[in-house]
Ligand binder design. Structure first.
Ligand code: M6R
Length: 608
């Protein structure tokens, strides 16, 4: 999500910045911009759309003169994609220019504070707050101003900063968002990722959180927040360029699986303020919530699987009846919808044709539509009454992973928020659920640290012809996703079954050596699940059991076991899905499949 490049040296900056941004295009973006000091002031050029629009505007950079500058590709989060919302963002007098990756979570409060002091804002972005604050605090020393700003902002950021009063200095700082410094000969660079500077240098410094780099043509000095100098060891990069474009991962899918802790954190954290869930994004009032007769969820593919999870959770938490429909079926079954039905639409792309058509049908019938969408400004987002954005960043691999996880995170936020508003949970339960939500990213990280166990298991079964996923309740919902993930990228035939339903027909397919993945994370159903495991084992199945790390019973029943951290029942799907994604990925990788672009599939399905 978003790309940063910066340059200081003797060459013309603009062409180098544009070339660097081109190398970051894989990250996904919807606008781009550069700022260069032209000898008198900061010259800024920005354009919505692909980088080539900006490139054409600047004639490959020839139209901008100057040897220091910063550039950015933006993937919109705060404010729609537009020239104005593009970065660099500048301060009120144009003295400071800033590029930013990440989210300034408290930008609203800071913006209000500055507005009250007469500062005029021009964009809808959180980033402009940083540029304006810099000028507000500036007394002649950029480093001092930057330290003051960092004391005020909350959230995640990688920042590149230039100031027209100091045309020989480029500044960089980061927290929870990557930023590197490329060390050149008589020139230096900053970038959000290695590919942007790989053709110029392979010696870099990796900035740590809260380290500030003051970069001149000849030197890089790194400070901490107390203005003490930090000594840094350069790192040599020996990646080949194409591997680096996937951030060092072999496939975008692997990268996106590993990005899940951050994506889930980015989606949850800004919406928990002072121990409460704040869904500023929705206008649905508690009175309207209380008047709902039903919630109807429509979506396709993995987003539909999120809907299946959501049905269990929303019914349990809110006591409102919930139905979930595949979007392509919904509109052809004369659904009973009116203004007392809330239609919840789930979509990563926001452009899926069937989902969009279902949304329009629901609106035509008078329903209120709330959507969970990843792509800002997409059709589904634009046509919904309310949108809650997932902040997963651009997802490139066709098989969704981090978008799915962030959709689940929004479902939890929504369920707890609604339950609190409806009074169906106590204050103590509300507080406990929020604590569980905040703990999710670290728990996902813990699972990823044990990915080799799944890799080992995949190495034993990547030649399987059929694989079954079984579970009950929320574990059944997860089976659906585990099975889809596997079949779409590995082409292994797979089925997901409600464990109790297997014996009504499908168990006839189990024979000696058939692999069954048994999900048993839901404690209240554990014994029942073990009965189903015994049924398939009695017919020759090999069973991988998936449960929580406090369970000591499962090993007695299964051939292999993978354990996830404990969590409250409703949030276990967020953890259970990770080993299933890893399993699908490793199996497909061992089979040599084209993981990021599986046959017959498209990332966004815009035809019915
Ligand atoms: O963009 P959407 O979330 O609306 O897409 C829905 C499905 O096409 C999508 O989830 C699909 O099933 C994925 N390939 C699954 O990995």
């Amino acid at each position: 999500m978003c790309g940063i490049v910066g340059y200081i040296g003797e060459e013309q900056a603009a062409p180098l910045l544009l070339q660097g941004l081109e190398k970051l295009e894989y990250r996904g973006y919807d606008s781009a911009g550069v700022a260069v000091y032209n000898g008198e002031r900061l010259d800024v050029a920005k354009a919505k759309g692909r980088l080539k629009v900006l490139n054409n505007l600047l004639d490959g950079g020839k139209k901008m003169q100057g040897t220091i500058g910063i550039g950015h590709t933006r993937w919109a989060t705060h404010g729609k994609p537009s020239d104005i919302n593009s970065h660099p963002q500048t301060s009120v007098s144009g003295k400071f220019a800033v590029v930013h990756n990440g989210i300034i979570e408290n930008y609203r409060a800071l913006k209000d504070h500055l507005i009250r002091r007469g500062v005029n804002f021009t964009s809808e972005t959180d980033t402009e707050v940083v540029a304006q604050l810099l000028e507000y605090y500036y007394r002649g020393d950029v480093l001092d101003a930057l330290i003051k700003v960092l004391q005020r902002v909350e959230g995640s950021y990688a920042l590149g900063v230039i100031c027209e009063d100091h045309p020989d200095e480029l500044y960089a700082v980061r927290k929870d968002s990557p930023l590197i410094i490329g060390i050149g000969n008589g020139e230096n660079f900053i970038a959000s990722d290695v590919p942007a500077i790989l053709s110029k240098t392979r010696e870099i410094y990796r900035l740590a959180d809260n380290e500030i780099a003051k970069i001149t043509r000849m030197a890089v000095t790194v400070y901490d927040l107390d203005k003490e100098i930090v000594s840094k060891e350069p790192v040599h990069i020996d990646w080949d360029v194409s591997a680096a474009e996937k951030g060092g991962y072999e496939h975008f899918m692997a990268k996106e699986i590993m990005e899940q802790p951050k994506a889930v954190r980015d989606t949850i954290s800004p919406r928990i303020l002072g121990g409460r869930i704040v869904l500023d994004d929705i206008t649905l009032t508690p009175e309207q919530l209380k008047g709902l007769r039903r919630i109807e969820i429509v979506a396709c593919g993995s987003a539909y699987h999120v809907g299946v999870v959501a049905k269990y959770i929303l019914e349990k938490m809110t006591k409102i009846p919930v139905e979930v429909d595949v979007a392509s079926e919904f509109r052809y079954r004369t659904p009973i919808i009116d203004d007392k039905v809330l239609v919840l639409v789930v979509s990563q792309s926001g452009e899926t044709a069937d989902t969009l058509a279902a949304l329009r049908e629901a609106k035509r019938l008078g329903a209120r539509v709330l959507s969970i969408v990843n792509v800002v400004g997409s059709s589904i987002a634009a046509e919904s009454d309310d949108v809650i954005y997932t902040w997963a960043g651009p997802e490139i691999a066709v098989a969704t992973t981090k978008a799915y996880s962030t959709q689940l995170a929004v479902v939890y936020l929504l369920a707890v928020y609604m339950a609190q508003a409806l009074g169906t949970i106590s204050d103590q339960e509300y507080t406990d659920y929020i604590a569980q939500l905040e703990a999710l990213p670290d728990k996902i990280e813990t699972i990823l640290q044990h990915k080799e166990n799944i890799q080992y298991f995949a190495s034993k079964y990547f030649n399987a012809k059929d694989i079954f996923f079984i579970g009950r309740n929320l574990d059944y919902a997860m089976s659906l996703e585990g099975s889809l993930k596997l079949k779409e990228i590995s082409y292994i035939h797979s089925e997901a079954y409600a464990a109790g339903e297997l014996k009504h027909g499908t168990i006839s397919l189990i024979e000696d050596g058939t692999l069954v993945v048994a999900l048993a994370t839901q404690k209240h159903l554990f014994d029942k699940m073990m009965s189903n495991v015994r049924e398939v084992k009695a017919r020759g199945a090999v069973v991988l059991g998936l449960t929580t790390d406090d369970c000591t019973e499962i090993e007695k029943e299964t051939d292999f076991t993978f354990k996830i951290p404990q969590a409250c029942d409703i949030m276990l799907p967020s953890l259970a899905v990770v080993p299933l994604q890893l399993f699908a990925y490793y199996v497909a990788s061992m089979k040599g499949c084209d993981i990021d672009k599986p046959r017959n599939l498209a990332k966004s399905v815009t035809v019915e």
